[in-house]
Design a protein around this ligand. Structure first.
Ligand code: GLU
Length: 427
């Protein structure tokens, strides 16, 4: 993208403002991570059309660490379904640090898939005859999310394996209560390899854009996980993704997110874009300092908070009684979902429909009508037909959504439809 586009300009400004920030500490419990260059800082953003924007060191490699967790959770959800996965891993914020022993009293079930205990359980749940095969599946799905073949940083893997006793202890504890399937040391070893997969900020932005895009990679076009799985993963990222800082994060930034101890951070703006940052220094909660500040600025600047008024009315409507009082014409454009259908059909409700006579629903310029909206359109037209009104639908998609019913007709042009309804309605 050229430097003068507004998105690159915004990323570049945010990057420039935060680059001199010196707060935070490198993770050092994995010795290789303490060797990182604290000054490296990159930002990347990928839209639902696969447009890529970047600022700073967005192509520098680092290990994915805990940013792998939502994607491996997605893999087991796609394989086993939410019910089965929830038997093993709950979906409640733990309010505790990433490596806490947040296990349900009595059952030993981990609180959620974003903390280490839950992530190790997810890794163990992946179907496969050996650890190596399970790891191949992990690398495969992370690569499909990223849209390119990823590899492992063997030195970081060896370094974490050498100092990973706390994670081993967590796995053994879960295994002893029956809450971890299979061999605990194998599960932890696979988890360490998963954390050592090498990515860039651009890779992470494509990966999280895939979640924001309902599971389809916006760059490669490949359907990586089904849409309901992407929704489930984003929900758990929103409530649990930032460890014990999850509540404050949702309040202030308002985007599903996940951080990693090597300095990676992702956030999703559902149906809009995925954004990623890389900057190694972490705050005491394990959140990358510059990355978090960047997400916060971008969210405020672009009005992205999840609870902010959702983008109003991509579909537009026009209502006219026509020159002929006997016919009411309602036209819509864009994508018709529940919200759009509610607005559209309100104009045809007995409350709003002042005149008697025919009704034309012009959906010729509509891009899509989803299943819920289809049901609503059908019910509304059936109701109008039952009142004895002539009803016409315009456009191929609209006619398909409307289906058939008494007194209901389809047209390709609005004019024809109005003329026909006026004719039928003539006393
Ligand atoms: N591999 C790291 C660990 O298990 C991941 C933690 C993180 O990135 O927050 O300790």
């Amino acid at each position: 993208m050229a430097m003068h586009d507004p998105v690159t300009a915004a990323l570049t400004q945010v990057h420039a403002r935060l680059a001199s920030q010196r707060d935070g500490k490198l993770a050092d419990y994995i010795t290789q991570l303490a060797l990182a260059d604290a000054g490296t800082f990159g930002l990347a953003l990928v839209s639902m059309e696969g447009h890529q924007y970047r600022a700073g060191r967005a192509q520098s490699p680092f290990t994915v660490q805990s940013v792998s967790k939502p994607f491996v959770y997605a893999l087991v959800l796609a394989e086993l379904g939410l019910e089965e996965v929830t038997r093993w891993v709950d979906a409640e914020p733990s309010g505790e640090a990433f490596n806490a022993i947040s296990l349900e009293p009595g059952t030993g079930r981990p609180a959620n898939a974003m903390i280490n205990a839950g992530a190790i359980a997810c890794t163990a749940l992946i179907p496969g005859p050996t650890g190596a095969r399970r790891f191949d599946r992990i690398l495969g799905i992370l690569s499909r999310f990223a849209g390119r073949n990823l590899d492992v940083d063997e030195s970081v893997y060896a370094s974490e394996s050498a100092s990973g006793d706390r994670n081993r202890a967590l796995a053994c504890l879960m295994s002893s209560t029956g809450s971890l399937p299979g061999d605990p040391s194998g599960a932890v070893d696979t988890y360490f390899r998963q954390c050592a997969v090498r990515v860039t900020a651009v890779d992470l932005a494509v990966m999280v854009a895939t979640l924001a895009n309902g599971g389809t990679n916006p760059v490669t076009g490949s359907a990586v996980v089904p849409e309901p799985v992407a929704v489930q993963v984003l929900a758990v990222m929103a409530s649990c993704g930032m460890y014990d800082a999850s509540g404050k994060w949702l309040l202030r930034v308002g985007l599903p997110a996940k951080s990693g101890v090597a300095g990676g951070l992702i956030a999703a703006s559902p149906a809009r874009f995925g954004v990623a940052a890389f900057s190694p220094p972490l705050d005491p909660a394990g959140t990358p300092v510059r990355g978090a500040a960047a997400m916060r600025e971008l969210s405020e600047r672009f009005g992205l908070h999840l609870m902010h008024n959702p983008a109003r009315g991509a579909p537009t409507f026009s209502l006219s009684g026509g020159q002929d009082e006997r016919v009411t014409l309602v036209a819509a454009q864009g994508a018709i979902d529940f919200t759009a259908a509610e607005r559209l059909l309100y104009a045809l409700s007995p409350l709003a429909l002042k005149t008697g006579g025919g009704v034309v629903l012009d959906l010729a310029d509509v891009m899509s009508v989803d299943a819920r909206a289809t049901e609503m359109v059908r019910a509304a037209l059936t109701g109008l037909g039952a009142q004895g009104r002539p009803v016409a639908v315009v456009g191929r998609l609209g006619s398909a959504a409307a289906g058939t019913g008494p007194g209901r007709r389809s047209f390709t042009s609005g004019q024809e439809a109005v003329a026909c309804c006026a004719e039928v309605g003539r006393p």
